[in-house]
Design a protein around this ligand. Structure first.
Ligand code: GLU
Length: 418
């Protein structure tokens, strides 16, 4: 079981601390709470893969459909050594609150295969993806459950999933989102989460009177979300002062030259060791001074031990669940505001919604349209969160959960589940 922080709570229990606070405020009774907290369906599958050396290795895969009150289940599939049942359940529940908060017509789901994709060849990944898809296929449909990329998966993984699903059901592009554009993907999907993150940074900076060119932005993680966040933040005139990837980070208090950084990354394969910048570890990077600290890698990176040393004015959660509840409390007590994951990283699933709709009616939107509509939804959701936080005198996270959980509870009652 994945545990985070000194409490030893699983990620699922940790996320439910936030859920429970919303349920208390909404005065949900015990039965309603249980209905909304518990995943509606959990599937565990064995995923046997013929490895390149001839051996068979059997991986474990999951698909958790957390809540379908608001529409078809929607959520990514993660390939990661820590993607166990509790982790996938937690991430599935975050999808439920996320899609409800930004008001797109989906429920929440998540999938995972417990593996280290960096240790697998292209052929092994292809075979693993096809077997996983074939083994969960009976739970999927364009109006039932739709897959997407997450940590360790990408557009190529989505093509293999679509292809495998299509062998059984016929060509069905809408069964996965995050596909390459040539195969039914949407313009702007790859950059979508990063663009959404930067939209939230710009809005909250305006409200808080923080100059984007001032104390700067630190982005931890340089995968899909982190790298697009850093690039788009730079394009929008933010002063990006720190970045990192698995190998370590680079920090420069008067700003990193993004072109130089991208060249360096191309040449060396990493963002650490950038000439003219200080090389720092991932842990050190999180503790450097900045206005906006953006964890964009994995969960649990800000915990009780390092939370007292965070020097940012605000934490912007681009990753899912990067701040554990104990650290959440410490940062709140220290007056460091946290913009929560279910708001900040919703750009990915919002453009997935655009992609899915385009697939259903065989349309192609231009990138401008995607960007405009994405910004509209992100800004509306941010406004709702900040107004609710102010009106109820609660944190942004509590406000986001209040809106998300409240909306699912409302719809569940209308449908007669409760
Ligand atoms: N994996 C992304 C997330 O956590 C995107 C999910 C999707 O597009 O369905 O939000």
């Amino acid at each position: 079981m994945t545990t985070v922080g000194s409490t030893g709570a699983s990620t699922y229990e940790a996320v439910n601390i936030f859920f429970d606070r919303a349920a208390d405020r909404l005065k949900l009774d015990d039965g309603e709470r249980e209905l909304l907290r518990r995943p509606w369906r959990e599937l565990q599958v064995a995923v046997p893969v013929r490895m390149d050396d001839g051996r068979i290795e059997v991986f474990t895969g999951y698909r958790v459909q957390h809540n379908g009150a608001r529409g078809p289940y929607k959520g990514g599939v993660r390939y990661h050594p820590l993607a166990d049942r509790e982790e996938v359940k937690a991430l599935a529940s975050l999808m439920t609150w996320k899609t409800a908060l930004v008001d797109i017509p989906f429920g929440g789901a998540k999938g995972g295969v417990q593996c280290d994709p960096h240790l697998l060849s292209e052929g092994e990944l292809n075979r693993l993806t096809r077997r996983y898809t074939a083994n969960i296929e009976h739970l999927l449909a364009v109006n039932r459950d739709i897959l997407a990329p997450d940590l360790g998966t990408n557009a190529q993984t989505m093509v293999w999933m679509m292809d495998e699903y299509g062998r059984i059901h016929g060509h069905t592009p809408g069964i996965v989102t995050g596909k390459p554009i040539e195969l039914g993907g949407s313009a702007g999907r790859e950059a979508a989460t990063g663009r959404g993150v930067v939209t939230v940074v710009a809005e909250v900076a305006k409200d808080a009177g923080i100059d984007l060119k001032g104390g700067g932005v630190i982005v931890q993680g340089f995968g899909n979300v982190g790298s697009w966040t850093a690039r788009i933040a730079d394009e929008m005139g933010c002063n990006v002062v720190g970045v990192s990837d698995i190998q370590g980070g680079s920090y420069r208090s008067d700003g990193i030259d993004m072109k130089q950084l991208l060249r360096h990354k191309d040449e060396t394969g990493t963002v650490t060791g950038l000439p003219g910048a200080d090389s720092v570890s991932n842990e050190e990077l999180l503790e450097q001074p900045c206005d906006f600290l953006i964890p964009a890698a994995i969960d649990g990176v800000i915990h009780a031990e390092n939370a007292p040393r965070i020097k940012a004015k605000m934490v912007i959660e681009a990753a899912n669940h990067p701040v554990i509840p104990e650290a959440d409390r410490i940062l709140n007590d220290r007056g460091i505001k946290i913009l929560p994951d279910i708001l900040v990283n919703a750009g990915g699933v919002i453009v997935s919604y655009f992609e899915w709709s385009q697939n259903l009616y065989q349309a192609h939107w231009k990138e401008d349209r995607v960007t405009t509509e994405l910004k509209k939804i992100m800004t509306r959701a941010y406004r709702k969160v900040s107004e609710t936080a102010e009106r109820e005198a609660i944190t942004y996270r509590d406000a986001a959960f209040l809106i998300g959980v409240g909306s699912v509870a409302h719809v569940a009652r209308m449908r007669g589940f409760i």
